[in-house]
Design a protein. Structure first.
Lengths: 327, 283, 315
């Protein structure tokens, strides 16, 4: 379920299945590619499996949750089921991640510098860690880097801590950066700065970025391409402009209906009726069928095929909204 | 009844050790209630001919230096173990709960009371108990008071912590802002929510009361020497242990298994508790 | 930091004053005339009058407290009625045994409790964790004196590896090899406390390993052993350190029993014997010293905690 590409993907996820205790599938057959210098926004409600997809790619799934099927390729190398330290040992450690909670994601008793240098020593054994750490702080626009390296996390603001998290990720010299809701916990102005920084680093370092969020506004602003996830599976992918202009899947359209429309006078926002199914409730058919306004009998029977459009969009739906949403 | 059986089967499957612990505690209660029928001899029946007999024959657990039947004394000892345990729990909770709740409700009073609790806690627990024994004199009831005083302090601390947190809960705040009286808040919101932390605390206090009472008995400052308590049995057997090691085994095992079973049950209850209060109880 | 130390020291002194009032009141709470209780019924009126005067019992109660507390501040805890020597001397004689016993016990507790707790946490849910956690709870349920008696039965009476009782000073004949007298007592004393530290270390390791920053550390690609030591253990030990004040108090309580089991000439046994001898000045003196020690150790634990955890404000 991928769009057309001119370059080879740096990260390629194929038919990924993640399950709890080997039985309950929480990610069901997700596939996507990310090219160098490209930001893919992975969108969905909380609990739809987007974080688990990213943790699977990082090899950081919690105990009792594992990849049961599919492959994850980083620059052509299979990294499926490899923990970060195993990737380092095999010389394919170039994928890094920043997390949602900058407040709790840094070790409170270690200095910022130590936490960055720890990553530098693993991935960049030939450089002087202290010098590289200062360089990284400059890259993520932390002023007064020399001084901040000896600070403890609690002495920094939330935005600064997220910049430190990005610096730690960059210390891994990643070709792919995964960002799991990195700005959700931040103030709006700080949020904008951090997003700007990610865009800029993506361009200058030619990294592929998997940006996970539930915030369509952020995606529209930041991403090159979008993948929409629902109940463990992708329902629609496409380039950001055509997808936002004309969503094909009723769920995508529903999500956008939930976006406040600045031109509308209607104070009441549209919502999707019902709620997402639990992982153990999803059957063979389209998981969105119970909530879908366009549902027909065929939707409840068997797997839904993927349809491609000439605008580069792909949608998993029997009755896509071809163009209707834009009118 | 069927529901009870069903829930016990579930417990046995999920936490076999807890089930064994519960079974052992049931055994102790049975011993205590039916002691005269279970024990083949009286606890004080002296038989000078059959002194220090090893286990076997007519004496399941052997005899002591007066020829008394160890098994019978162990069975009668359950009575004292239960009495001490229940007594200490009733005293510790009966005083600690009001102190903790009042301190949480009335901050000014609370500062004074909790300060006093802190002072009492600065005495090592056994020394506190020994001091009280010196003042009150030796005896079963006084041992209960002395050990109870130790757990008064810890119970009051825990209750205070839980009550403070409950008092700040939005629904309690709401009830208060709508004019609910203190008594109503305590009986409707604070005490009902405190039942599970208190059950956990009670099982730990019960367990440690066994160890405390045994230590007092061993030092000769607990139950009077003629009372067949497990601690007294150990204290008396001390000089005979090389000749008659079974005298050390049985009463000690009873103390250990009682305390262990209660700790297991307490731990199990704590795991089932509201996670917010879990860290507060049972250190 | 200075202000914090000042504040905490002030609180400790307030607690000490309150505790000293309780310790002082103790002698007046004993039913009957303490002088008769101490001397027995056969005492002559002269003896009674002399002891009464020596203990200062003729003064008003409040004056008595200030005299007693004033003397204590100057290092005078009164005379032992039984030995007729200063209480400080009685305590000093037991100090070596008790301090060495406590130190050796702490070595067992730290050397066994923390590493084994780490092992149990790292192998969480496996049989080794279940076995160790069960063992820890069992040990915490065992009376110290019972463990002590069994150690004597097996390793002293049976195998003859260690002496069963007594302790000659390391400054006397035998020197440091006299420490072998403290091996069994310290093991008995360590058992329940090491079990507590084991459980605490395990629980705290598991709590910390669920923290977001541990995931960050893993994401960096550093070795799992390094994640455990540098990120999990280091933070988990904060909780363990803060429990050492409590452990110390538990040690003192159980040392009273252990010293009696092994007939060690320590401060703990002195307390028990003084109770049986009704030597009240000694009881008061020992308890006062122990409370002081407890408050000082708690203060140190608190301060070291604050030094180890940079989040705590140091003003």
């Amino acid at each position: 379920m991928t769009g057309a590409h001119t370059t080879d993907p740096i990260l390629s996820v194929n038919d990924l299945v993640v399950a709890v205790a080997g039985r309950i599938k929480i990610v069901r057959g997700v596939s996507f590619d990310i090219a160098p210098g490209e930001i893919l926004g992975l969108v969905g409600e909380s609990g739809c499996g987007k974080s688990m997809t990213s943790l699977a790619a990082m090899g950081l799934l919690p105990p009792a949750i594992g990849v049961t099927k599919g492959r994850i390729l980083l620059g052509g190398t299979d990294i499926t089921r490899l923990a970060p330290h195993e990737r380092v040992e095999r010389g394919c450690g170039r994928i890094a991640m920043i997390f949602q909670e900058p407040m709790t994601s840094l070790n409170p008793v270690l200095r910022i510098g130590d936490q960055i240098e720890e990553a530098i020593r693993v991935h960049d054994p030939d450089v002087v860690p202290a010098v590289r750490a200062r360089e990284l702080l400059d890259m993520v626009r932390i002023p007064d880097a020399a001084h901040q390296l000896s600070a403890f996390p609690h002495e920094l603001s939330g935005g600064m801590r997220q910049r430190v998290m990005i610096a730690i990720a960059l210390a891994c010299r990643p070709s792919v950066l995964i960002a799991d809701e990195p700005t959700t916990a931040l103030d709006v102005t700080v949020q904008r700065q951090v997003l700007g920084l990610i865009r800029e680093l993506c361009d200058t370092l030619d990294m592929g970025v998997l940006f996970i969020t539930h915030d369509l506004g952020v995606v529209a602003q930041l991403a090159d391409r979008v993948a929409v996830m629902y109940a463990g599976g992708l329902v629609e992918t496409g380039d950001v402009v055509p997808l936002f202009a004309a969503p094909l899947h009723p769920y995508t359209a529903g999500l956008m209906g939930c976006l406040p429309d600045p031109d509308s006078d209607d104070p009441l926002l549209a919502t999707i009726p019902g709620s997402a199914p639990r992982p153990d409730e999803v059957g063979d058919g389209c998981p969105f069928a119970p909530r879908c306004p366009r549902v027909a009998d065929i939707c409840r029977r068997g797997a839904v095929p993927v349809r491609h459009t000439d605008t580069g969009q792909a949608v998993r739906c029997h009755f896509p909204l071809n163009g209707e949403a834009s009118t | 009844m069927i529901e009870t059986i069903r829930s016990s089967t579930r417990l046995i499957a999920a936490r076999p050790l807890v089930a064994i612990g519960a079974a052992f505690l049931t055994l102790i209660v049975t011993f205590a209630v039916f002691a005269p029928w279970i024990a083949p001899f009286g606890p004080d029946a002296i038989d000078p001919v059959n002194r220090l007999l090893p286990p076997g024959g007519g004496h399941l657990m052997g005899t002591d230096h007066f020829g008394r039947d160890t098994f019978s004394r162990v069975v009668y000892g359950s009575r004292l173990a239960l009495l001490i345990g229940v007594g200490v729990v009733v005293f510790a909770l009966g005083t600690g709960v009001p102190i903790g709740v009042l301190s949480a409700l009335y901050p000014k009073l609370g500062r004074v009371l909790m300060r006093m609790v802190d002072v009492l806690m600065s005495f090592p627990s056994l020394l506190l108990a020994l001091g009280l024994i010196v003042i009150l004199g030796q005896g079963v009831f006084n041992a209960i008071l002395a050990i109870g005083l130790i757990y008064l302090t810890t119970t009051a601390r825990i209750v205070y912590g839980v009550a403070l947190r409950l008092r700040a809960e939005p629904y309690v705040e709401a009830a208060r802002s709508m004019g609910a009286g203190t008594w109503w808040v305590v009986t409707r919101h604070i005490l009902p929510n405190m039942i599970s932390p208190l059950m956990v605390q009670a099982s730990f206090v019960f367990a440690f009361a066994q160890l405390g009472a045994a230590a007092l008995d061993f030092l000769g400052l607990g139950a009077p020497p003629d009372v067949p308590s497990w601690g007294n049995m150990l204290a008396e057997s001390r000089i005979y242990i090389t000749r008659a090691s079974w005298l050390l085994l049985w009463p000690g095992l009873m103390i250990v298994l009682t305390a262990f079973s209660l700790n297991l049950v307490g731990d199990w209850l704590r795991d089932r508790m509201d996670p917010r209060f879990r860290e507060m109880v049972g250190k | 930091m200075g202000r914090y130390i000042l504040h905490r020291t002030g609180a400790a002194i307030a607690t000490l004053i309150a505790a000293s009032i309780i310790i002082f009141a103790f002698i007046h709470l004993i039913p009957g005339d303490p002088v008769y209780v101490m001397l027995g019924d056969g005492a002559t009126p002269d003896q009674v009058a002399a002891l009464r005067q020596r203990l200062g019992l003729d003064e008003p109660v409040i004056a008595q407290y200030f005299i007693w507390a004033g003397n204590a501040l100057q290092g005078d805890l009164g005379q032992s009625v039984f030995f007729d020597t200063p209480v400080t001397q009685v305590i000093a004689e037991g100090a070596e045994t008790s301090i060495l016993l406590a130190l050796i016990t702490m070595v067992w507790i730290v050397g066994f409790g923390i590493p084994v707790g780490v092992l149990a946490a790292v192998r969480q849910g496996r049989w080794i964790d279940q076995g160790l956690s069960g063992l820890a709870m069992l040990l915490a349920s065992v009376p110290t004196f019972w463990v002590g008696l069994y150690l004597i039965l097996i390793f002293a009476a049976g195998l003859g590896w260690f002496p069963s009782s007594g302790y000659p000073s390391i400054f006397e004949e035998g020197g440091l090899s006299n420490l072998r007298y403290l091996v069994l007592p310290s093991l008995a004393l360590a058992a329940p406390n090491a079990a507590l530290i084991l459980r605490l270390t395990r629980a705290s390791m598991l709590d910390v390993s669920r923290e977001d920053y541990v995931r960050t550390a893993r994401a960096k690609g550093i070795r799992p052993s390094r994640v455990v030591v540098r990120h999990i253990l280091r933070n988990a030990l904060l909780a363990v350190v803060s429990a050492f004040g409590f452990t110390f108090a538990a040690l003192i309580s159980e040392a009273v029993v252990t010293e009696t089991v092994f007939a060690l000439p320590g401060v703990g046994r002195t307390v028990v014997q003084s109770i049986l001898r009704r030597d009240y000045p000694v009881i008061q003196g020992v308890i006062l010293i122990i409370v002081c020690l407890y408050l000082v150790i708690n203060l140190l634990v608190d301060l070291s905690y604050r030094l180890l955890d940079p989040r705590v404000e140091l003003e």
